[in-house]
Design a protein around this ligand. Sequence first.
Ligand code: 0X9
Ligand code: ZN
Length: 433
Amino acid sequence: MFRELSNMARNMGPLMFSMLLLGAVYANPENSHGRKSFKGYQVISVQAENEMQVEYLNLLQTGPEIDFFQIPSLTQRTDILVPPTQLKEVKRSFRKMKMPFEVTNRDIEQLIERERQQMAGKSTDDIWTSYLPWEKFEVWLQDRSTSYPNMIELKSIGKSYEGKDIWQVKVAANVNDAKKPAMYIECLAHAREWITGSVCLGSIDILTSNYGQSGTQGQQATEMLNKFDWYFIPMMNPDGYNFTKDNRLWRKNRVPNAFPTCPGVDLNRNFDADWGGAGSSSNWCADTYRGGSANSENEAKAVIGAVAETGRVVSYLSIHSYSQLLLVPYAYSTVKAPDYDELKRIGDEAMLALRRVNGVTFQVGHGPEILYAASGGAFDYFKLNDVKYCYVYELRPGPGAGSNGFILSASEIDPSIRETFASFHSFAVQIPA
Ligand code: 0X9
Ligand code: ZN
């Protein structure tokens, strides 16, 4: 295999050479707002059809400046973001390898700029119609907890590298009541997956403002809060999220590494769940860099500590985007969790509830089978540590052609919150207290 790879590298000589060169001289091009410009970058959706092509994509991924939105696999298309300087070579190499691809976005910068202008143009406090910048996100949480002192307990469970609080929001029918079994929902582990933060905030909003009310959401919120306490970590990665105003497609946290131009650890590779295994990288510059050791990151430590302190946690939901999937453990291994069939059945039912709201379909299955294998994930960690109902959501949009990936239009915030909330309700009904 090694010989094949080096042959491949030789075949693709000019591309590999220019990638290395770029790595050496690479500097972030900035636009007039001081943030990274993606002018001329294209999103290419590629479908590997044999192991050789997967290996080639893996090799390409080790180069600088090509951003893989998914890890290469035979089971799903891989969307990759390619800078203008490498477009020709990359496309040529795909053609040479007879690997089917299509350009799904010719100018991602335009989308990012439109999103930025939209945010600047309106009062950005309405979580249903806007993505909130980090500061306003915090203010929203504080305002909510002040408005609902009997239902919300807002607690900082740790600090990020930059000293930002990692917040946990407990929502209960009454925070002074005896503890109920706990449902955990974690959002924004990956900084660029903005829609996930909206879904956490929107769910907190629905639960608090509808508890004890009539109507569908009133009944759902009441049922959910009478059975469980709900713990949200609405922004697991505050440093990364705040940095997305400078680089919209940032994924990791912002902790410095030995290589100064490549900070950050992928928080969904850092947990002690086969840490260092499949789908993670030891390369500081990789988007899937796993960190120096298992649970090394403040964010991972904070969440693990908080869950341990909470008592009986029955479910841990990691909310990510995108591809419209619900992933059932384990992600790290081709081996399924012992109760996989039960979790799959419950997950199927929850995704039916989701679909009933706006007709959007989510595929349910084993991560390595329907997406790719990935070690060090939070949901696998908790699955391995006795939390029974663990899942990863990949929210809107769907994969491949026509998808704008992480740049989900603000008009899709409201429907995303409502449909995802319906699936939380379904989980609450199905999971025994
Ligand atoms: O790679 C990840 O961490 C998740 N996907 S994302 O595009 N949001 O980064 C998937 C994690 C779970 N993976 C599997 N079950 N394979
Ligand atoms: Zn993610």
